[in-house]
Design a protein around this ligand. Structure first.
Ligand SMILES: C[S@@+](CC[C@H](N)C(=O)[O-])C[C@H]1O[C@@H](n2cnc3c(N)ncnc32)[C@H](O)[C@@H]1O
Length: 276
């Protein structure tokens, strides 16, 4: 029994599939792009990073290898055990809405997942406010969101949209963001953001001036994306193309994920210069 999250969400993650998700196939695009955006916006190591909803530590692992001091919080005990085994990473159970973190103790707070599973706006704002409280003035808060139309695009791409029960679920999510997902659709109960609303949630949490970055653009929907990712020079070109369009507002809604970044005192610049 997990007191923090709904039983179906706990059961979904307790299957143990999260650790491999970003390491193989087309999801590598999400991994490498998230890494690319973060590396350009984090203060240099050694800085203290609180990785909230960090799962099994897929991002914590490279952050620790880069020289950061990483503390991971996640409500799923399996994830905490997996993350705690990574050199340089400490991990504990907890909920993004009630971190119990020492105020101002961190340079960076990452929310790369919890906002996916908080259906009520008040909970999402609370999680963002907790992250803001955990970082020092000028510290960086970065949060990932899933785009409102991601499941619709994914189910059409996979040929599943013709099934009436699938169609009802993805059209429901496309309408109000509430995704009544099932493991056979590749996900569980979730919330999918409209591309514009995350900025208001940051503001409500005391984080004005947030900037949104499209993570995968439209390329996650390409049939041959794995061919691009498998070959190093092709991958470099694809990641470079995405850098060039990552801020383009008309492409944000088609990207599978957005990463939104702000500092506690306002907008963030590149290369770890909050406020620049
Ligand atoms: C899709 S996974 C992402 C894991 C990792 N951050 C990544 O980017 O690969 C979402 C994570 O959010 C966690 N989570 C769900 N609800 C949460 C909550 N209320 N507070 C903190 N984490 C939560 C889940 O346990 C899971 O590890």
């Amino acid at each position: 029994m997990n007191d923090h999250i709904a039983p179906e969400i706990a059961a979904y993650y307790t299957r143990g599939e999260e650790d491999g998700r970003l390491r193989t196939g087309r999801n590598r695009l999400e991994f490498w792009r998230t890494q690319d955006v973060l590396r350009r916006h984090l203060p240099p190591p050694p800085a203290r990073i609180l990785d909230i909803g960090g799962g099994s530590g897929v991002h914590a692992e490279w952050l620790a290898a880069d020289g950061y001091q990483v503390e991971l919080v996640d409500p799923v005990p399996l994830h905490v055990r997996q993350a705690a085994a990574i050199p340089g990473v400490t991990a504990r159970e907890g909920d993004a809405r009630d971190l119990g973190a020492e105020p101002g103790a961190y340079d960076v707070a990452l929310l790369l997942g919890p906002l996916y599973h908080l259906r009520d706006r008040a909970d999402r704002v609370r999680a963002l406010a907790e992250a803001a409280r955990a970082v020092r003035p000028g510290g960086v808060v970065a949060a990932a969101t899933i785009s409102r139309f991601a499941a619709l695009h994914d189910m059409v791409k996979k040929g599943q949209y013709a099934r009436p029960e699938i169609r009802a679920i993805v059209l429901g999510a496309a309408g109000d963001g509430g995704f009544d997902g099932r493991p056979d659709m590749g996900f569980t109960t979730a919330y999918f953001h409209d591309a514009d609303e995350i900025v208001g949630e940051f503001e409500a949490a005391g984080l004005p001036g947030a900037r949104r970055f499209g993570v995968e653009g439209a390329f996650w929907l390409m049939d041959d994306v794995n061919a691009w990712l498998d070959e190093p020079e092709m991958r470099r070109l694809l990641l470079d193309a995405l850098r060039r369009v990552e801020l383009e507002p008309t492409l944000l809604g088609v990207s599978g994920h957005l990463v939104t970044i702000a500092s506690r005192s306002g907008q963030v610049g590149e290369a770890g210069t909050p406020g620049a």
